[in-house]
Ligand binder design. Structure first.
Ligand SMILES: Nc1ncnc2c1ncn2[C@@H]1O[C@H](COP(=O)(O)OP(=O)(O)OP(=O)(O)O)[C@@H](O)[C@H]1O
Length: 579
């Protein structure tokens, strides 16, 4: 297996671009996948999030395209179709292509048609026969139907995040496209998680593929995962402590389960002088990409995101559960013929209900996806402020850190089912699933370590949390949400000409935005943490990234333990358990 990019015998222009990207050594999926793809094999690849799958398919594609161009310079056509489930991912693949074609851009043309640009604008781009088209299945179908996208000369088909393609409701689009593809297309299906839906996709588009399931043990060790049992209100307390005392260092991606909670948490953190960006499906795709860019450039350290593709995954896992339940029921039913017919009626009814539920969710979530495949750079910690509702969503969320062999931490707050609804304020309905998601993860061999904060230490900060939360009223949250949308409208290129014709509306919008700048009452004293509240020795921790636990209390018991240097670096052991 090649250990070095030079061993792939790539075109020198690609080789230089790889060096320019700073890739010194191929990742596991690249070492295994590139030679097979260069050899013309169809591939179904499952490899961990952040393991370099994008380059694993783009590098061989570019090599094969350049070779083909050398053979017949005059041959023109759309040779490659890259299908992704979301617009964000399409734009990201486009950017990676820009980097990899830095020295051969003259010979390889590519377009992304999963954008907001009007069909009329995209049409001429396609009629110019770019070598590579990046798209979502639905955008491809739109242009294929209008005759702008010709599939006659397609030689390579890539489906990235393949398991999401069908669960995003692209079944019909995929079956129309597969019928239009010529024979002998080389297909590469890539995903971090393989599900049932891959099997049907594989049947639709692959010819006897090589299946690669790559377990990168080395990369596994890079992600440290913690689960913190807490309550709704203490989530805010712990977030304050973790972020303000810089127990989490470096860039942080926080996930919540509702759009309103993005703004609540953002306003709450602002009370302590902490700036963050919000990312959700309500914002236009250009703004979303802009936000990821600003974060990647290091202009902001904290993003608060919702992960609405969760809902689609939830339906998938619900289906899996139902399938398991149905299988069990069927086994039992072998001995009870009468009950058997009732069971199948019931499961038919359930399937119908699920299908209609699925249709509704898909309509809402289509082409939006913050989590799948997006490369947030150098994220040191993923904080699940709200636990995702499926194990699969958990895997993809935490996969935004510990990418490309770098270390990372994932911390997830969970509320025990028995506590849901017990305390004020009322907890989110999704919390009911927190523990079942942890159980599912455990079945998959993923066991976040339990982490217990020292109540004595955290309680010292409680009044500050309560003080800040009081200022973040529901009205302030709604105002912030509306203000953000207004700002995005003002920034929108598309609306510029409209406002030029309707200056009064622009004036009203500008006025409303200015009026809502002060969204929540802020209290200057909350910005600083008084020295006396800080746990002893906290400032002595000089780590730049990752999770830094509270130092031990200086009492006799812990003083004894201090002698044991092995334990000193283990965050779990350095906490004094409160329960
Ligand atoms: N050979 C390499 N050496 C160093 N970094 C690499 C290499 N290949 C890719 N990377 C970097 O690794 C990061 C993750 O790559 P990529 O987004 O392709 O991962 P992925 O496997 O597609 O993840 P996901 O499943 O989340 O989509 C990117 O920042 C990319 O630039």
């Amino acid at each position: 297996m090649p250990q070095d990019f030079s061993q792939f015998n790539l075109d020198p222009r690609i080789q230089r671009a790889i060096q320019k990207c700073g890739f010194t050594e191929p990742t596991q999926v690249q070492k295994t996948g590139i030679p097979l793809a260069l050899d013309g094999k169809d591939l179904v690849v499952q490899a961990k999030t952040g393991s370099g799958k994008t380059a694993a398919y783009l590098i061989p594609l570019l090599e094969l395209l350049l070779k083909q161009k050398q053979l017949d310079e005059k041959d023109r056509g759309i040779f490659t179709l890259i299908l992704v489930p979301t617009r964000e991912l399409a734009q990201q693949v486009f950017k990676v292509l820009e980097k990899l074609t830095l020295y051969c851009g003259k010979h390889i043309k590519f377009v992304n048609i999963a954008t907001n640009a009007a069909d009329l604008v995209q049409r001429p781009l396609l009629l110019d026969f770019p070598d590579i088209v990046i798209s979502t299945p639905s955008r491809s179908v739109v242009h294929f139907s209008s005759g702008a996208l010709s599939l006659d000369k397609i030689k390579f088909l890539v489906i990235d995040e393949a398991d999401l393609i069908l669960s995003f409701g692209y079944q019909d689009d995929m079956s129309s496209l597969s019928k239009a593809l010529p024979r002998g297309v080389q297909t590469l299906l890539m995903s971090a998680t393989l599900t049932e839906s891959i099997a049907s996709l594989r049947q639709l588009v692959c010819r006897d593929p090589v299946v690669l399931r790559l377990e990168d043990k080395e990369a596994d060790g890079q992600l440290t995962q913690y689960a913190v049992k807490t309550s709704e209100q203490d989530k805010f307390l712990l977030a304050y402590i973790l972020l303000k005392l810089r127990l989490i260092k470096g860039k942080i991606l926080i996930f919540v389960n509702e759009i309103n909670r993005c703004y609540r948490l953002k306003l709450y953190l602002e009370q302590f002088g902490m700036k963050s960006l919000v990312l959700n499906s309500e914002l236009p795709v250009n703004s979303r990409m802009n936000i990821v860019d600003q974060f990647n450039k290091g202009l902001y350290q904290i993003i608060i995101a919702t992960d609405e593709s969760d809902k689609v995954a939830e339906l998938d896992e619900d289906n899996e559960d139902r399938q398991e339940a149905t299988n069990e029921a069927n086994e039992e039913a072998d001995s009870k013929m009468e009950e058997d017919s009732k069971d199948s009626q019931d499961s038919g009814e359930t399937a119908r209900k699920t299908k209609s539920k699925q249709k509704k969710a898909i309509k809402k979530d289509r082409e939006y996806g913050v989590v799948r495949g997006l490369d947030f750079e150098n994220v040191s910690c993923v904080l699940n402020f709200d636990m995702p509702t499926t194990a699969k969503a958990y895997i993809h969320r935490v996969g935004r850190t510990a990418r490309a062999g770098k270390p990372g931490t994932a911390m997830s707050f969970f509320i025990p089912k028995s506590d849901v609804g017990k305390h004020k304020p009322t907890t989110l309905a999704t919390c009911k699933k927190d523990e079942s998601v942890l159980r599912r993860l455990s079945k998959k061999g993923i066991e976040p370590k339990p982490y217990v904060f020292d109540k004595k230490q955290t309680d010292a900060f409680r009044y500050r949390m309560e003080d800040a939360l009081r200022s973040v009223t529901s009205v302030a949250v709604q105002t912030a949400r509306a203000a953000e949308l207004r700002q995005e409208m003002l920034a929108s290129e598309k609306l510029k000409s409209y406002f030029a014709e309707n200056p009064d509306e622009l004036l009203t919008l500008t006025h409303d935005t200015a009026a809502s700048v002060r969204l929540a009452r802020t209290q200057r004293h909350l910005r600083h943490v008084p020295e006396y509240l800080l746990p002893k020795g906290l400032q002595a921790v000089n780590k730049d990234v990752g999770f830094v636990p509270f130092k031990k209390q200086n009492n006799r018991r812990t003083a004894k333990k201090k002698k044991n240097t092995k334990h000193r670096h283990d965050p779990l052991r350095s906490m004094r358990r409160s329960k």
